[in-house]
Design a protein around this ligand. Structure first.
Ligand code: NAP
Length: 244
């Protein structure tokens, strides 16, 4: 039996690529989503085809009780997770002065509060097991800010603070906590941007292109591996040189 990994938001995009990559390395996988159950089941089937145990499970990471029940069920039926990838996230872009309170709080809830809920619940199990790897998806927006993304940039900056704090609190029990800060990656999240915005963005990227979900998955798998045993509290930017 391989290590058990929970990947939130793994029905598509970066999360699905991380689930596939970890499965290819022999991990059992919980493929979480909020509503695309069929897509999550398809990703779980792909993982199973690689010979691991995989299960699609829909729950809202922004709902504490739903997280608590899911984490309890996973431990009962699949064992203690050794890897947690907090990847679920949403954008609801808009200029700061026009941003509605609900538009702000929904992004904070999904990106930041959900990461806190899952880290505290799974972190407690990892503490008892005295081992674990937590990988959080931040963003360059959380490092540099981004016009039109006050909600998202604040949430992702929060994820970075949470990552560093969790690394300090959990490190003495052999648990590492790191974050990845991608720039633009080809997923549904960036496909919704206009052609003009995409072309303008590419001009600011040294490598001249958007990243691929698989390129982010490689970093997540490294941070979750034994090879990264002495790395904790770090934020790995993967933005093709955009922030240079
Ligand atoms: P995506 O293609 O839009 O997929 C988002 C995933 O999150 C889906 O699986 C979705 O489930 C799930 N999700 C959303 N809200 C959820 C909730 N409340 N509870 C559980 N699952 C939820 O996103 P992506 O582009 O792959 O991004 C993945 C992560 O990387 C996010 O944290 C994002 O902020 C970060 N990131 C992305 C980029 C980029 O350029 N794409 C750049 C920097 C950072 P459903 O399918 O059920 O909706």
């Amino acid at each position: 039996m391989g290590k058990l990994a929970i990947v939130t938001g793994a029905s598509r995009g970066i999360g699905a690529a991380i689930a596939r990559k970890l499965a290819s390395e022999g991990c059992d996988i919980v493929v979480n989503c909020i509503s695309s159950t069929e897509k999550a089941e398809a990703v779980a089937s792909e993982c199973q085809a690689m010979g691991v145990n995989a299960r699609a499970m829909a729950w809202d990471v922004a709902d504490y009780e739903a997280c608590r029940q899911a984490v309890q069920l996973i431990q009962k039926e699949m064992g203690t997770p050794e890897i947690l990838v907090n990847n679920a996230g949403i954008t609801r872009d808009g200029l700061l002065i026009r941003m509605k309170p609900e538009q702000f709080s929904s992004v904070i809830q999904a990106c930041l509060t959900g990461t806190f809920y899952m880290t505290s619940l799974v972190g407690a199990q990892m503490l008892r097991a005295r081992k674990g790897r937590i990988v959080n998806l931040a963003s360059v927006s959380g490092i540099a800010g981004n016009a039109g993304q006050a909600n998202y940039a604040a949430a992702k900056a929060g994820v970075i603070g949470l990552t560093k704090t969790a690394a300090k609190e959990l490190g003495s029990r052999g648990i590492t906590v790191n974050a990845i800060a991608p720039g633009f990656v080809e997923t549904d999240m960036t496909a919704s941007l206009s052609e003009k915005v995409q072309e303008e963005a590419k001009k600011r990227i040294s490598l001249g292109r958007f990243g691929k979900a698989e390129e982010i998955a490689e970093i997540a798998a490294f941070l979750a591996s034994d090879s990264a045993s002495y790395i904790t509290g770090q934020v790995i930017a993967a933005d093709g040189g955009m922030a240079l």
